[in-house]
Structure formats: structure tokens, C-alpha cells
Ligand binder design. Structure first.
Ligand code: PLP
Length: 387
């Protein structure tokens, strides 16, 4: 089986992890700060806060922005559920904005239309979470301009996009957002096993996220209500969580980060080759927004006119799986999950997202995918589309 994504673990990675295992610190040692430093350099952000998953990073990002009961968080329906769930964790309500049919990212046009309507009803969002789907950067300048006009904060879900660039700047640099979140799950571009990082240029947001990732407890005298009782002293000053990353995970991350640029470049080579190999097949290949460099976490094709029920996509998908090609589907629109349906969302709410869902297939895409693997994928796809 050729999977849709997979990690590469080198001897250097194993050695880096073993070094931590032989050291005094499995957690809260020097390696997490070292990993945070690597991520802040890549993202060109002042602060990086490492946690145990991107899901946790999204949660503490929402918390730091003060999201709570009575607030709204808006995101795209075409994402992993975590991009929306983070709002619910804080007691806020969640709504969605339909996608752009070319990029599959949140459409700034749809966003503006919804903001106009929401502002009439007095229910503007407190936070918007654009997701750089497949690694393709969202139209952040447009979303940022709307945030100025309508007064919302922005968390970029860059779980797919580390190593990418927007207008020449690295994803995470914070020019158009408050906080950016990266995932280091093994299917993503680089991995820590499980892990996530939130980056920001805002000192107060970084301080708050460092506090809430670790129980809301501080050992900083400057943050305490009074002078310390003694050297043992700490204070809980907020309700936090245990979302800490371990040094074991961070060591893998530091080692993997050395290969980030090479991995993303390799993904681009593979994508160009897919583009060429697919040019004779009736599929829609990814469109790249000018001025962007994708992290290329995923390579998604859309089957052309398939009727409205997704039946032929399903047949092609099943045939590819039967041929040992581990295709996948990113994503089931979040609003169609039963948990969200129970809040009142229904089919038809976000037509472009639902059309995408009927047509999309993620082809295998990872740095160690070979050209022979790719040829097998294309031959199986051509086969499935002919029958
Ligand atoms: C993977 C992913 C997440 C969650 O990442 P974890 O590190 O697994 O918690 C969130 N959003 C998107 C878009 C993702 O792809």
C-alpha cells in the first residue's frame, strides 16, 4: 500500500531522541525551548509556544484571545474538526464561511458577505480561523483588511503549511494575524510524533499561552500576587491545562526541522510531476494563488463533472484503494458531522464546500514518495477513470 502521507525517520532523528532519553530531562528540559527557537526562526515570529498537539495550540490560542461564552469563532468547513472545536472548548459558538472554488480555502468574498450580514444582526465574530488547506496560503491580506473593518482577531491554522510563504514571507510571520498554529503529527510535513506550536509576535499572547499550556501556574515573581514565600513557591493565576510538549518529542522536532526546506522542495517536485502526468486525465489539478509558495502537505485532485452525488468519485476512490493506493479525502465538511448538525447546520449551508467534498481525492504526497510510486498512482487512477 502506498499511503497518502507518511513520516521519514532518519538515524539522526533516532540519535537525537536517544540523547534526550539518556539525559536528565524527559520533559521541561532544554530541548523544548530549542525546538521553539527553530520554529520561531522558520516562521520569522518573535515567540513560539510548543504544546502536545496543534489541537491544544488552537485551544490556548483561542483562550489567549479571550474567546468565551457569547463569542463567535468562524472558520472554513473544509478542514479538520479541530479548527472549529477550539472555539467550542472556550464556550464560544462556531460558524463557517464557504470556500473559494479555486483554492479550496475560506473565500474572502464569502467572508465579507457574511460579515456585512452579521454586522446588521450585531453578531460579528471575535475570531476567524483561516486554514491553509493543503499548504496553500489563504488570501491573508484580504482577510486581514476585513479584520480591521469588522474588529475580529485572526488565528491561522497552518497545520498544513509550515515552510510555505505568502507574499515572500514565511507562514507564521504574523503580518496578517495574531497567532499561527502548526501541527507536527506524523502525516504533516515534519513531525514530533504528536505536537503543535503556536507562534506570535505579541508578548502578552505568548505569555498567556505559556501560562495556560502548564496549568495556569507561574514561577515568575513578576507575575505573582505577592513576594514568593520561599524558593519552592509558585502560584496558579489562571485555569490552565497540561498541554506541554516533552523533550523527547521536541528532540525529534529539532532534528526534523533541519530537513524542512528540502522536504517542501521535494513536495513541489512531486507536485509538478503529478501536474504533468495528470494533464491528459479529466481531473482538476491544484491551482496555486500567485504570490504564494505552498507547504504542499496534500495534493488534492477533483474529478470533473461527476454528477451531483459523488458516485463516480466514490467508485474511483474505492478502485484506487483496492489497487493499493492509499488515497484519502480531506475533508468531510465539518458542519455535516452529526455533532455540528445537532447545532442546526444542514446540507446546503455551504455549497462550494459540499461540491468540493463530492469531487476531491487526496493523492499520496510525502517527501519519500518515489517517481515509480507516482507512476503507479497515475496508472491506477487512469485505470479507475476509464472503467
Ligand atoms: C492535523 C490538523 C490539526 C490538528 O493537529 P494535531 O496536531 O493532530 O492536533 C488541526 N487543523 C488541521 C487543518 C489539521 O490538518
Amino acid at each position: 500500500m502506498i499511503p497518502y502521507g507518511r513520516q521519514e525517520i532518519t538515524e539522526a532523528d533516532i540519535e537525537a531522541v536517544a540523547t534526550v532519553l539518556r539525559s536528565d530531562f524527559l520533559t521541561q528540559g532544554p530541548t523544548v525551548p530549542a525546538f521553539e527557537h527553530e520554529v520561531s526562526l522558520i516562521a520569522n515570529a518573535r515567540h513560539a509556544v510548543a504544546v502536545n498537539s496543534a489541537t491544544s495550540a488552537l485551544h490556548i490560542a483561542c483562550e489567549a484571545l479571550g474567546l468565551g461564552p457569547g463569542d463567535w469563532l468562524w472558520t472554513t468547513p473544509i478542514t479538520f474538526a479541530a479548527s472549529a472545536n477550539c472555539g467550542l472548548y472556550c464556550g464560544a459558538k462556531v460558524d463557517f464561511v464557504d470556500i473559494d472554488p479555486r483554492t479550496y480555502n475560506m473565500s474572502p468574498v464569502a467572508l465579507e458577505a457574511r460579515l456585512v450580514e452579521a454586522s446588521k444582526r450585531g453578531v460579528l465574530p471575535k475570531a476567524v480561523v483561516p486554514v491553509h488547506l493543503c499548504g496553500q496560503p489563504c488570501d491573508m491580506a484580504a482577510i486581514h483588511a476585513l479584520s480591521r473593518k469588522y474588529g475580529f482577531r485572526i488565528i491561522e491554522d497552518a497545520s498544513h503549511a509550515i515552510g510555505g510563504r505568502y507574499q515572500g514571507d514565511p507562514i507564521g510571520n504574523g503580518r496578517y494575524s495574531d497567532i499561527t498554529v502548526f501541527s507536527f503529527h506524523p502525516v504533516k510535513i515534519v513531525t514530533t510524533g504528536e505536537g503543535g506550536v503556536a507562534v506570535t509576535n505579541d508578548d502578552a499572547l505568548a505569555q498567556r499561552m505559556r501560562l495556560t499550556r502548564s496549568h495556569g501556574i507561574t514561577r515568575e515573581p513578576a507575575e505573582m500576587s505577592k513576594a514568593p514565600d520561599g524558593p519552592w513557591y509558585y502560584e496558579q493565576i489562571a485555569l490552565g491545562f497540561n498541554y506541554r510538549m516533552t523533550d523527547i518529542h521536541a528532540a525529534l522536532g529539532v532534528s526534523q526541522m533541519h530537513r524542512l526546506d528540502a522536504y517542501v522542495a521535494r513536495r513541489h517536485e512531486l507536485a509538478r510531476r503529478y501536474d504533468a502526468l495528470l494533464s491528459d486525465l479529466p481531473v482538476v489539478t491544484p491551482w496555486q494563488m500567485p504570490g504564494t509558495y505552498s507547504g504542499l502537505h496534500l495534493y488534492v485532485v477533483r474529478l470533473g463533472e461527476t454528477g451531483n452525488d459523488g458516485a463516480s468519485r466514490r467508485r474511483v476512490f474505492e478502485q484506487l484503494r483496492a489497487a493499493g493506493i492509499g488515497v484519502n479525502l480531506h475533508y468531510i465538511p465539518v458542519h455535516l458531522h452529526p455533532y455540528y448538525r445537532a447545532m442546526g447546520f444542514a446540507p446546503g449551508d455551504f455549497p462550494e464546500a459540499e461540491r468540493y467534498y463530492r469531487e476531491a481525492i487526496s493523492l499520496p504526497m510525502y517527501a519519500t514518495l518515489t517517481e515509480a510510486d507516482q507512476d503507479r498512482v497515475i496508472a491506477a487512477l487512469a485505470d479507475a477513470m476509464r472503467s
